[in-house]
Write a protein that binds this ligand. Structure first.
Ligand code: NAP
Length: 264
């Protein structure tokens, strides 16, 4: 169902060609948002996402840009504004796992840079740029937040995997980044949230599906014994986009089937 209150608003969703980002883009389209569908290289998949957005009632543009690169980030934001209008929602969703899972004592600098550039440095400077843009909008009302930034982290922000330490570090950093920008931007009427997914069924978890099938269905990993779906994350973004949490900022939304609960 389309919610007219969101019509005319614009969202930039990084890494929206596949997986969680695609689901977020489609749900925002159904809310009436214009959506900038960012991808790293898979433009064809981005176009499939754009069709989902449009079929749901929103406008969409596909923008290839590597968020780890400064000039690409600049172009991404400018093209979004030029083609859709001022941005009122940024979703820092794009993320990568290490290409090779290696023990902490074997982590290469190349892998560290690849993961940190994409998962932390990119979102930091994109947030900085979009926040300045949001603050410059003449129609904004600091009393009622209508602008928001969402960072998609992971249970790896606090759960340790010694064979992909660089991923854990990137997500822990993104979690702190959420709190920093939340504190800085609260008076500006811009909310900043962290959504912390658990184990979600996407291309990213494809290579480890058998491992997690066993953990979820045989080894009691999760209080809620099922795989998370991209729509589970997208629904949390919609709650923020609809401004259903107007007196919250810096909040962590765990979307993890209860993984974070400490159990005896
Ligand atoms: P995915 O299926 O592997 O999709 C990754 C998306 O990010 C793709 O759209 C990809 O674009 C894009 N991307 C990768 N590097 C990029 C870059 N440098 N610049 C711009 N876009 C880039 O991943 P996912 O599972 O949906 O994960 C989405 C987010 O959720 C990530 O931040 C991930 O860390 C987080 N997360 C996932 C899980 C899980 O279980 N799946 C759990 C916790 C957290 P291309 O299509 O062009 O490659």
């Amino acid at each position: 169902m389309r919610h007219e209150t969101q019509a005319g608003r614009v969202a930039l969703v990084t890494g929206a060609s596949r997986g969680i980002g695609r689901a977020i883009a489609a749900k925002l389209g159904a809310e009436g948002f214009g959506v900038a569908v960012n991808c790293a290289s898979n433009v064809e998949a981005g176009q499939q996402t754009a069709k989902l957005v449009e079929d749901a009632g929103g406008r969409a543009v596909v923008i290839q840009a590597d968020i780890g690169k400064a000039e690409d980030r600049q172009r991404l934001v400018q093209q979004t504004i030029d083609q859709l209008g001022p941005i009122s929602l940024l979703v820092n969703n794009a993320g990568v796992a290490p290409k090779v899972r290696a023990d902490l004592l074997e982590t290469s600098e190349d892998s560290y840079d690849f993961v940190l550039d994409t998962n932390l440095k990119g979102p930091f400077f994109l947030t900085q740029m979009v926040a300045r843009h949001m603050m410059a909008q003449p129609t904004r009302d600091a009393g009622e937040p209508r602008q928001a930034i969402v960072n998609v982290t992971s249970i790896s922000a606090y759960a340790i995997s010694v064979n992909r330490g660089e991923y854990c570090i990137s997500k822990a950093g993104l979690s702190m980044m959420t709190q920093l920008f939340a504190a800085r931007l609260a008076k500006e009427g811009i909310q900043v949230f962290e959504i912390r997914p658990g184990v979600i069924e996407t291309d990213m978890t494809g290579p480890v599906k058998a491992k997690y099938d066993k953990l979820i269905f045989e080894d009691d990993l999760l209080p809620m014994p099922r795989w998370g779906q991209p729509d589970d994350i997208a629904n949390a973004v919609v709650a923020i986009a609809r401004c259903l949490l107007p007196y919250s900022t810096g909040q962590v939304l765990d979307v993890d089937g209860g993984f974070h609960l400490r159990r005896l």
